[in-house]
Every structure is written in structure tokens, then in C-alpha cells.
Design a protein around this ligand. Sequence first.
Ligand SMILES: [Zn+2]
Length: 329
Amino acid sequence: MSLKDWFAQRKENTQAEKQLDAEGMNRVADEQYAKLWHQCFSCNTNLPKKDLEDNLDVCPVCGYHNRIGAYQRIAQLTDTFVEWDAGMTATDPLLFTDTEPYVKRIADAQRKSKLNDAVITGLGAINEQPIALAVMDFAYMGGSMGSVVGEKITRAIEQAIALNVPVCVVTASGGARMQEGMFSLMQMVKTSAALARLHDAGLLYLTLLTEPTFGGVTASYGTLGDIIIAEEGARIGFAGRRVIEQTIHQKLPADFQTAGYLQKYGQVDRVLKRSEIKTEMGLLLRLHNTSSGKLAHSQAYQQLGLTVPDTVLQAEIALHKQPALAHNH
Ligand SMILES: [Zn+2]
């Protein structure tokens, strides 16, 4: 079925549903039912939505990980969070129009997703350890990477260097945003260069790849992590499965581009269930922070409204005293 036929079919189905409504289906009852219940995409079990939410949006029957938004992810990962660059929105540098103008697509995406663009960045704390976070949201134009995504991630990395804290990027993206053409592709090198500076500063970079992670995001900051974690059930790749099959004229294995497949071939370090991620990240941060001797600056704790640990204060006082002593000699 071509894409055009698919849309025509969908329109027909919607019209058929409307017809049924008109013929006396109890629409209100259906809406209320839909509000309280969720049918699992994988095992078809009907679950109360509350049960699903209490289980981090993972099906308690079959373990299917439902897609979640950026703010929900941040709430699951951190104890406290302060957002950076919240108001940044895309411009239309190419005055691009496909089937509709890019400016209209931006407005629609903002209205539907209630987000300004496809990434949320800021400073968070995981088990009282500050970390700069950039979390992508697939609900905004398929999590596509345009100028705003690249700029916000780059700024978050630069802030992390200034505050001496590690970085974690959570990916969920179909790849570069075609409506910004070359400007989207430039974000790959921009974010990679910022990550090289983070590496030079001796700070840890974690990536958490979630369903789905593809294209330019996989080919840049997605797979540059010192430690690459994939969430269970995530599909990760560069080009899509069908495109590759059509190009190489071969059938690919059933588990191709799954988190488990990538771990088997060394592209991913860990595959974790959603319920394990926060604990594991907390441990990795503690391991890095204690073994590297890297202490977050007191401003990081202050931004988060946390008490500055004594070790940090003492280290900063000691650092402050050194130049003064040098003057006295
Ligand atoms: Zn299920």
C-alpha cells in the first residue's frame, strides 16, 4: 500500500467511525473507557491506566516498554531538575515548504506536543549527584534533530563543563530534521565537538538510547557515550531495516537493530529495563565521581537547591587559598 493509499484508507476509516457514532454508538461511555483503560500494544491485555503509570509505563503482564515523553522521563530519572533554555524555538532558515510550510509544521508540533522543540535540557540530581541532562521527546516532530536540538544539547554540555558535572543524553529520534537541511546536519559535528571538550575536561558522558533512535542522532551524540545504555525494547540504527534490505538484497535477522542485538555486537554496553535505569545511573555516577576525583562545583548544588556537601566546600576553599598563599611568598 502506498503512503497516499494509506492516508486515504485512514480517512475512510475515520469517516466510517463517525458514521457509527451517528448511528447511536455510546460515544461518551467509550471516551470514558479509553480514559481509564489502556490496551497493551504488545500483548493486547486491557490494563487500568493507573496500573501502567505506577509501573513506569511498562506493561506489568508482558514487560512492553511504552514510549514516554521527556518530562516523564526526567521525573523518573531525577530527584530534582532545573530546566535550561526552555523558551528556545526553531526559525525557518531555508523558508522550507514541502506539503506544507515548515513554520506551520512548527506551530502544529508545538500545539500537539505542548513542547517548544524536541529536546528538554537542564540540571538534575540522581541520588543527590548533579548531572546535566538532555532528554529528547519523540512527540515533537518525531524527535527530529534540528538547530534547536543541537544548540540546546551543546549549551548543556558547555554548562556541564562550567559546573564540572557529567552529562547524560536520552535519545528518541528518527534522525535529522529534513526541513532544516544542512543546518540539521551541522548539529552532528557541533554536538560532537562539544562532547570532545567534555572528554578533555575528564567528565563522564552517558547515553541512554530509547525507542527509537535513528539517523543523525545515532551517528553523532547518541553513540559517543563513554557508557552507552539502551532501554529494553529500543530499536537503534542508522538507516531503517527496510531501506537496508532493499539496498543489499538480503533478509536481515529478526532481532536486527534491537537493543539486545547491538549489545551482542558491542555497539551498546548495557541493556536495562526502565525500572533499573535510575539505580544503575546513580551507581555509575558515584563510581565516576569518586574514582575521578571530579567534584561538581558548589553552584551546581545551589542551582538545584541542594545542600553543598562538605567535601565540595573544603575543596573549593583549598583551591581559593592557594593563589593567596603564593602572593604572600
Ligand atoms: Zn503487555
